[in-house]
Design a protein around this ligand. Sequence first.
Ligand SMILES: NC(=O)c1ccc[n+]([C@@H]2O[C@H](COP(=O)([O-])OP(=O)(O)OC[C@H]3O[C@@H](n4cnc5c(N)ncnc54)[C@H](O)[C@@H]3O)[C@@H](O)[C@H]2O)c1
Length: 327
Amino acid sequence: MKISVVGTGYVGLVSGTCFAETGVDVTCVDVDKKKIDDLNNGIIPIYEPGLDVVLERNVEKGRLKFTTDISESLNNDCEVVFIAVGTPPDEDGSADLQHVINVARDIGKNMNHYLVAVTKSTVPVGTAEKVRKAIQEELDKRGSDLKFDVASNPEFLKEGAAVADFLRPDRIVIGMDSERVEEVMKRLYKPFLLNGHPIVFMDIASAEMTKYAANAMLATKISFMNDVANLCEIVGADINLVRKGIGSDSRIGNKFIYPGTGYGGSCFPKDVKALIKTGKENNYDLRVLMAVEDVNEDQKSILFDKFNKYYDGNLKGKTVALWGLLA
Ligand SMILES: NC(=O)c1ccc[n+]([C@@H]2O[C@H](COP(=O)([O-])OP(=O)(O)OC[C@H]3O[C@@H](n4cnc5c(N)ncnc54)[C@H](O)[C@@H]3O)[C@@H](O)[C@H]2O)c1
């Protein structure tokens, strides 16, 4: 089986490498020439445990290639093309889809046989339809009657454990509207399902929403615990004991209930904002999520407030060590 992964960032590089590990021929594509040159020279742009070993092994076996030329990657027997480019927040908080649509146009311009175009980027409901339209428009311009399908396959890997998460996923979610897609995706993902975790097929809109709902739920747990932690301090309770007390309840679970300085990183803030924006565009206020964001904004200054209070506002000349900053 041959596939193409467009966007060789965090998600694209890890996905492409892990698919190659199962014996699939993968071509990773990116517009960033330096990134592709580096990868072709064995320089990996990110650090993820185990990625170097798996990547080198598959490059050596000839199953993993890197190029800036999408047409090369869509040639011959390519069955699936993944879109794994960034979806940064627009000024109004919505997901900026320009890179996704650019790739869809490139697919329409360069495909030369039937294939399945799968969105792996985190995108709002309705994006797969925009991808379908963009590909079709480009085929129409070429006067081509080639057929294709679109699908949604959101990615749930965590930075820091990306390879392990991808190789042993809790579940795989596929949004699709054709039996042909179901057959292709089952074949592609079969090796990942050996741990007994499910592949969940659903309609495309539900798959697109599933990714946002997952990140929004995790962000909600974090803000909830921070809110309760703040009250604990006021009333003289210990949040860490409360955490242990509730985390052993299987309905609640012991993950994502650690209080701290709020959620951050490359996904939660933008995905929470984008989901709130989707609600607003549809005249629906996601009130819980708006409160989650509100708590998170305040939480960011809590550590500084404590520090300031501890030194009675005399911070001049103090040396501060910060641990865990993003590079
Ligand atoms: N990083 C994560 O932990 C994570 C987890 C799950 C889902 N996601 C989602 O996956 C998507 C990708 O995230 P990422 O962290 O891999 O982004 P990233 O910024 O690391 O990588 C995106 C890559 O796409 C490339 N690109 C942009 N336009 C292109 C084009 N037209 N053709 C080819 N390549 C192009 C960029 O050069 C870049 O290398 C986002 O929607 C993100 O929300 C990220």
